[in-house]
Design a protein around this ligand. Sequence first.
Ligand code: RUQ
Ligand code: CUA
Length: 621
Amino acid sequence: MKKWIPIASGLVAGFVAATISFADFSAKTTTEAASNTKSDAEKVYVPFGQKDDYYLFASGGHSGQMFIYGVPSMRQIRTIPVFSQDSATGYGFDEHSKKLMGDYTWGDLHHPAFSETKGEYDGKYMFATDVGNSRAAAVNLETFTTKDIINVPNTSGPHCAAFVTENTEYMFLPTRFAVPLEHKYESLDDYSTKYRGVMSAVTFDQSKEKLNVAYQVALPPWSYDLSDAGKKSSADWAVMTTYNTEEATTNLEINASQADRDYIVLFNWKELEKMVKEGKYEDVGGQKMIFPEKQKGGIYLVPVAKSPHGVDVTPDGKHFIASGKLAPTMTVFSFEKAFKAVENKDFAGERNGIPVLKYESVMEREVNPENALGPLHTQFDDKGMAYTTMFISSEIVKWDPKTGKTLDRVPVQYSPGHAVAAEGDTVSPDGKWLIALNKIAKDSYLSVGPSHPESMQLIDISGKMKVIQSSPVNPEPHYAQMIKADKIKTIEVYPKDEKNKDAVYKKDDTKIVRNGNQVDVYGIAMRSKFIFDAKAERPDVIEVNEGDHVRIHLTNIDFDEDITHGFAINSYNLNMEVQPGQTNTMEFVANKAGTYPLYCTNFCSALHQEMTGYFLVKPKK
Ligand code: RUQ
Ligand code: CUA
């Protein structure tokens, strides 16, 4: 396979035009594939009756969803709707999820992050942010459902998230786009003075399953790209990369790549927390906003080669590694050196009121693997070795952060953004499997027209790196995390909730209650019928008047794993799922008179086709 070298003169052009020379790769024919050694095939083959060792949670990008795969089989198991409507599960149609989604119907989900305990994934929750509509979400991993979504005020595009601290104290959401505080109108001529990049510290209350913005920091009007929380000795700290410190307001492609250096923002969240406790903040639209130019301490800048992208903390928490994007360099920085520089006030001046640490004082080594271009993100194995994606030269480079020595490299097809190793960003990576999350899949799968899926290539890292499996994935895996399968403890059925006023578990308790033009249906779904009012002549019929405000509460009383029911009303654009034991509510105005069949959308028994009824809407006159 020919190695791709950028033909465009500058690296900037190379990155932008990194649509790569595809000439030499085409999908292997079946015969060629058969020549794969049997052991490779065996490694990824999970026979029927056995299960995968890992769950992979992949970001679904602008699909607004999260995709769940098994590893090593690379078979997709589930899609979790988070920021977008999903008629398969009724997400965005039933009351709870409609409320969560508010006025939005889509999202751009980046960077899923597991909740952590002592720096290890604990398998309880998954968090993610929405770059498209500036939200954050929490997904419960007992049920694989979205439990909370918040709009994050004062921010635009929290791309640089979510990365949680060692014990899920916070996740930090710095933003990609600078905007004036409170989203006010301000001329772009006043960009440098009126615009801000805001970092939000978000907490999650597990008992209430609620997210909350604890405080915010008004950072300079730069773009914040990626972040990572410290570990062990650096656990109180977090780091994030910036670009466009030029404060360009147009043609960023060129104007944001002028300066030779941008910065890593280094902050101590314990210090910031203390400032908030001491009242050292201002109220901005109801948020506690820290202004670093007024409240000194806790935030520092570390110069780094221009327009960095990823920044990753090593498993031992001693170093952070910035990846160049436009500079072909991984820069290893030392937390210890940074702490010393902070302590000794070893500053090289200030930028926007924030002290700048001296590059030489904090930098430990610059690593430039030969011909490797476009380093973006780094993951780790159990020996502390680093695996960095090379977007432009389309490969993964394995190297030793302690020596900078290149140890191995493997080409991938093509243009990897992130990569993910098994538990690869925890304090104890497993040292098993690495998956390259490739932006371009050209030639890898059967063609589906001009646009292709993205590709995830499974790499065996137990010896010399080798790609041994590849799986298409829908747009767009910005990042993924891989967790040991036995850490996830799902429930089989929703437990009875006698306190839930909407729930009905006995046929005799079903009823239709009218209050003025408000109609509440307390019904049951079971194999293979709906019962809305057991005492009625036709228990599976709901009759209302045109204009009535209708709430249909349905409880699935099949306490039997996987016996899920759907509930749709023909031509009313409504569908929701009621999982085993679950109570779900659908709310709408019956604004169309007529006769509308209702039916179960999930094939649940041999008599599923019989699981129907009628929704009758009497015309006004
Ligand atoms: S970014 S390809 Cu949305 Cu994580 Cu680096
Ligand atoms: Cu219930 Cu089909």
